[in-house]
Design a protein around this ligand. Structure first.
Ligand SMILES: NC(=O)c1ccc[n+]([C@@H]2O[C@H](COP(=O)([O-])OP(=O)(O)OC[C@H]3O[C@@H](n4cnc5c(N)ncnc54)[C@H](OP(=O)(O)O)[C@@H]3O)[C@@H](O)[C@H]2O)c1
Length: 294
């Protein structure tokens, strides 16, 4: 049986949905089994035959983390260590999700898995330490770094921008940070492929959708597709570009965080979708949550 931790989060909800569609037996937990409590984790596995643990839980509030470092560390470093330790004891494999924020963003070409990490904020630092804790405690692990994630079941940039464009005459969006938007449906699909293939070598993998754009580019495409689909009724909303300096946030963000997908493409023998196509899948689905753009 698979144990999906963080099953109520944005990615976790999608992984749960796809495990169900694939008829893969799993048990999902979220805050009800606290990853910072080793005893709670150990109690949960008693009497169960867990072969894989997928960890989608995390502290994901990037800005809040700057003033909440102890709690971010508990969830992003101590929690993954506890899970990896337990996985080692019960001989389960672990899939752990990490982030592009482990890099400092000074690169100019896509980051490969071998490149040195150098996080520039608390969130990235705690996620990097969580990766290290998994590596140190469990050989049979997959660490999957993703970026700019959006999915049907969570607060995210796409929902936020559609709502903003329907509310205001203009929006200002940063145009000097480059990355790759990633649809949670695509990432969940790859996670399930790793489990099904069974022979993918353990280690660290980068996985985002294909494309290299700024948040401003992303917003323009959200507007274009959103208007076509009738999700954006305020067609005249102007999308203005701005610099990171003009839009200060508590946490610094990497200026360039495009991840190389070569390793995962070769290992899984897959074609990763282009970001515009995945955005279209997201917007056109019945699972698109209209309540989140009201
Ligand atoms: N979102 C992004 O743009 C992005 C980008 C790159 C990488 N990632 C990574 O992708 C993964 C999934 O992100 P996401 O956006 O799906 O996260 P999310 O929506 O914030 O989901 C995380 C889940 O973990 C739960 N959780 C919090 N504390 C817990 C605890 N002590 N024990 C058990 N569960 C707990 C949360 O519950 P509550 O909501 O009740 O706290 C939530 O349901 C994370 O590892 C994240 O770092 C995300």
């Amino acid at each position: 049986m698979i144990w999906l931790i963080g099953c109520k989060g944005m990615l976790g909800t999608e992984v749960a949905r796809q495990l169900t569609i694939n008829k893969i037996d799993f048990a999902g937990t979220d805050i009800d089994v606290d990853i910072t409590n080793p005893q709670a984790l150990a109690d949960f596995v008693k009497g169960k035959q867990i072969t894989y643990i997928i960890n989608c839980s995390a502290y994901t509030a990037v800005d809040k983390a700057e003033s909440d470092a102890d709690f971010a560390k508990k969830l992003n470093e101590d929690g993954p260590r506890n899970i990896a330790n337990l996985a080692n004891q019960i001989h389960a494999k672990m899939i752990h999700i990490s982030t592009d924020y482990v890099f400092d963003g000074t690169g100019k070409t896509p980051y490969t898995e071998e490149m040195s990490i150098a996080p520039i904020g608390v969130y990235g630092k705690t996620k990097a330490d969580g990766e290290a804790a998994v590596r140190q405690n469990l050989k049979e692990h997959y660490i999957i770094r993703t970026a700019w994630l959006y999915g049907w079941a969570g607060k995210n940039f796409v929902y936020t921008m559609i709502k903003a464009m329907n509310t205001y005459d203009s929006v200002k969006v940063v145009n000097d940070q480059k990355g790759s938007p990633t649809f949670a449906g695509d990432l969940a699909d790859f996670i399930i492929k790793i489990i099904k293939i069974e022979t993918v070598p353990y280690g660290t993998y980068h996985c985002t959708d294909i494309g290299e754009i700024t948040w401003w580019d992303f917003t323009n495409e959200i507007k274009k597709q959103g208007v076509e689909l009738g999700l954006i009724t305020n067609k005249d909303c102007v999308v203005n570009p701005c610099t990171t300096d003009e839009y200060p946030t508590p946490a610094r963000r990497p200026a360039y965080s495009v991840l190389s997908k070569d390793k995962i493409q070769k290992s899984l023998d897959i074609t990763i979708p282009f970001w515009k196509d995945s955005l279209s899948t997201f917007l056109k689905s019945d699972l698109f949550d209209m309540e989140r753009i009201k």
